[in-house]
Design a protein around this ligand. Sequence first.
Ligand code: ZN
Length: 431
Amino acid sequence: MVTGDGKCCGPPDTICNGKCCPQGRLCSTIDGCCNPGETLVDGKCFPFHPPGAGIVWTRYPSLTEPLFVYKWLVVECQAADAPSIPLGLDTNIRQFLGLPGVGYGNIIDYFHDVSYNAAEIVTEIVPWVLGPSRPGNRADFVQKCLQAIPPDQAPDFANYYGVIVVSNAAPSNAGACSIGKASMTINNQQYQLACVYFDQNSLDIEFAAHEIGHGLGLDHSFDNTSTICGSGGKPGEYCDPWDIMSARLDYSFLDRNWLEGGTGSPAGPGMAIPNLLRLGWLLTANEAVFQLDEDEQTFTIQALSHAQVRPSLQGQPPLVVVMDIGPWPTYYTVEYRQSDGWDQGFQGVSAGQAGDAPPAVQKQGGAVLVHKALSVGEPATTLIETANKGALLQGDTLVLTGEGGLNYHVKVTGIGTANGTATVSIGHGTG
Ligand SMILES: [Zn+2]
């Protein structure tokens, strides 16, 4: 169809005041086609409105300059079998994955926070291209969408850590294509790229952080039982409800900034310490170490949502106690998680599929968690179960067995929610 300005509109485009708007853009009767990411206020194009309820997010402190910069190419890709792009999806994608949504708890904030700025997510967005029908195979769909980028707009894919393709399709087998980077051939050129496919229902922090976590190299988290937690899962897989890599069987909270079907979506929790260590996102300055050749040792650790920045001369308050009791490559980590920040789903009604955190944890306002970690191999992180889903409450003692069958105990001697700290006493024997 030829419009008033003499241009042809393709079937996916919308006509706005006699002109063609690329699909997904809003149309103002006053301003005409709005720019990408713009919204309508009183009929006029407005450059920005905060996402959803516009709740400002309090970022965790940065404990380091970025150690790892993960540059992702985000490609908006219209599925051939999904004729319309929902109004507002374009804005939602840009706010959820890009700089316009930073400060509202978007995906860049999430990875900044859980890594204390060690991991920086950088995104560049390619506007709508026409892809194939919605995917059976994610990597295949992503590859075809990348090949659909007009040559004059196509970047050098070698410059990116990975690609995120977001389609306008309804729920459609969304998720990561692989753990970490994998080989992908685009226009007969081979690249090593992490690869994530999202549809219009994927833009919630719980799901998206989990899938991008796969792209960054993390597998699922486990517990130390043989319970089948997730359908199709191995024994113990998806059984750490305190960790994002067990989504969607974790304790998440209702996030009113990122809406799905007009209502809030699940977000959180944070990331278990062994996953942070596996990715190299935690500084040794923030690790305390249990000394094998000493008697009972007391440690005060900060909640992961309450990291503290102090002048280096005073030393950094630790976020973890590492217990290198073996046998290699096994070690154990002791962390404290408080019901706020990305872990606020530990309190009250969980938005996730795991149900609510144990009442005793809600009453205490947080919990000490012990994980078995592997320095190489899988699973990277295994929650040690307790009477309260792995949570250790004040007064609880957990006994671990290390190299040579030697026992060690971890006793929680204090929880201080006002300061965001837990005190633990760790030593030899059963305690
Ligand atoms: Zn997964």
